[in-house]
Design a protein around this ligand. Structure first.
Ligand SMILES: Cc1cc2nc3c(=O)[nH]c(=O)nc-3n(C[C@H](O)[C@H](O)[C@H](O)COP(=O)(O)OP(=O)(O)OC[C@H]3O[C@@H](n4cnc5c(N)ncnc54)[C@H](O)[C@@H]3O)c2cc1C
Length: 413
């Protein structure tokens, strides 16, 4: 039987571990020990892709999700058992996490999950899970949150959330096996696989609603930070190249069209970073009990829109960087840009496709008129802006969007 440490270290690119080690050892990961630290923690994670660490964001996001579930909803004995290992600042010995929701018949439609769980006895937290999970990233994780059906109720209401350890108390490997590794387009330094569960032990820790609140929303912010970081790295490469590449006797950065491209990229990167950290701050306020109902409504809409928007903008920024490098942009051995593009395509998919995020926002607008507190929050931000032109232009744009959304809402409801 492979020990947990040997399994963690096997068959990965050394840079993957170097990035993980850097992030875990810095006083970043430890911040998730306390509520209200997400903004500070994620500010430092934007540096990860500089060290081939884009693919590390997935394990970090999942680990943070498990920590939140243990802190907020899991029974106390489980918290005591696992929290210390998850927060251990030593990368070589700490526990890291994964989350397995998607099945072959549906990822967006989680309510179609069919992996099922049976309890050990009537009042036990110990259950046994059987069935197949189709996309399992960070498949060497020590702990995974897994959704499984607990009874006959259909849809997401019938789903429970289980904490599944890789190793059992006696040191043996838990009853799930890797059927096949995914041959992925991007984030290839982190392993994703298909898994078969056959009476695998899992601790019941909550419901699908808990997964949404503590795991998926956290992951969506980490994902947005990952896209932001990919974009920022592409910008740095393009900017440096433009200063040094000569064409027609001068550095290409002197051409107004190149300047316009770089200015656009820089604006998009600033928007991605500011937006994502703002949303992390609101999540911190929610956790600390400092948020109003309106803040919560803003968060609900913003977390989905921002995950969508950062993925799209990062894609555009990376594509523009490739364009600025000319032919060299398309060469794998010349720069990291081709890999960033592939990684970013995966970022666009995990934690919700574009359509699915937008459909969720549309449902929330129709049901709860959530666009009103969302726009009120944005209005407040522009009202506090220091630059009069920005303030006027921003407020005018908000009014245009408010009128359009108001019309859509009346039409939908
Ligand atoms: C590299 C990689 C790693 C992954 N790792 C994990 C993991 O660790 N754990 C995990 O649980 N999952 C993981 N996933 C799965 C990922 O979360 C799903 O692929 C994603 O949620 C989409 O689900 P799907 O593939 O079933 O696509 P589908 O749900 O079948 O979607 C297909 C298309 O239909 C569209 N669509 C679906 N529903 C609607 C709707 N209501 N309105 C409009 N359009 C809609 C989608 O936007 C998409 O374009 C991973 C995926 C990838 C690519």
């Amino acid at each position: 039987m492979a020990s947990a440490v040997a399994l963690k270290m096997s068959n990965f690119h050394p840079s993957h571990h170097a990035a993980g080690r850097a992030d875990i050892r810095r006083p970043t990961h430890g911040r998730v020990r306390r509520d209200g630290q997400l903004e500070a923690r994620l500010s430092l994670s934007t540096l990860l892709p500089k060290r081939r660490g884009g693919a590390q964001l997935r394990p970090l996001a999942c680990t943070a999700g498990i920590i939140k579930v243990l802190q907020h909803v899991a029974p106390a004995p489980l918290r005591e058992k696992y929290l210390g290992r998850l927060l251990d600042p030593n990368y070589d010995t700490n526990f890291n996490g994964a989350q397995y929701l998607t099945e072959v018949q549906g990822g967006s439609d989680v309510g179609a999950n069919s992996v099922w769980a049976r309890p050990e006895d009537t009042d036990s937290d110990v259950w046994y899970l059987t069935g197949e999970k189709w996309f399992c990233s960070n498949v060497t994780a020590d702990l995974a949150l897994v959704t499984a059906r607990m009874g006959h109720e259909e849809g997401t209401r019938g789903l429970g959330l289980f904490l599944v350890p890789r190793h059992l108390e006696n040191g043996e490997v838990n009853n799930f096996t890797i059927r096949r590794l995914k041959d992925k387009l991007g984030t290839r330094s982190m392993a994703s696989a298909e898994l078969d569960f056959r009476d695998a032990l899992g601790y019941h820790v909550g419901s699908f609603k808990d997964a949404l609140q503590h795991v998926i929303n956290t992951s969506r912010i980490y994902n947005a930070i990952g896209s932001t970081a990919n974009g920022r790295r592409a910008l740095t490469i393009a900017w440096t190249y433009a200063q040094n590449r000569l064409a027609f006797g001068q550095p290409i950065i002197r051409f107004p069209l190149v300047q316009a491209q770089l200015a656009r990229m820089r604006t998009d990167c600033a928007a991605m970073l500011a937006g994502s950290l703002r949303i992390a701050k609101v999540m911190d306020d929610i956790e600390l009990g400092r948020a109003s109902e309106a803040d919560r409504a803003f968060f609900r809409m913003a977390v989905n829109l921002n995950k969508y928007r950062t993925a799209v903008l990062a894609h555009e920024v990376i594509m523009t960087a490739i364009e600025i490098l000319g032919g060299n942009g398309a060469i794998e051995s010349f720069s990291v840009l081709p890999r960033l593009l592939r990684d970013n395509i995966v970022f666009e998919n995990w934690e919700g496709t574009h359509n699915v995020l937008l459909a969720q926002v549309q449902r929330d607008i129709r049901k709860y008129a959530i666009h009103e507190p969302f726009l009120a929050h944005i209005r407040q931000l522009f009202q506090a802006a220091n630059f009069p032109e920005l303030k006027l232009e921003g407020l005018a744009q908000v009014e245009i969007i408010a009128q359009e959304l108001g019309r859509c809402w009346r039409w939908m409801s």
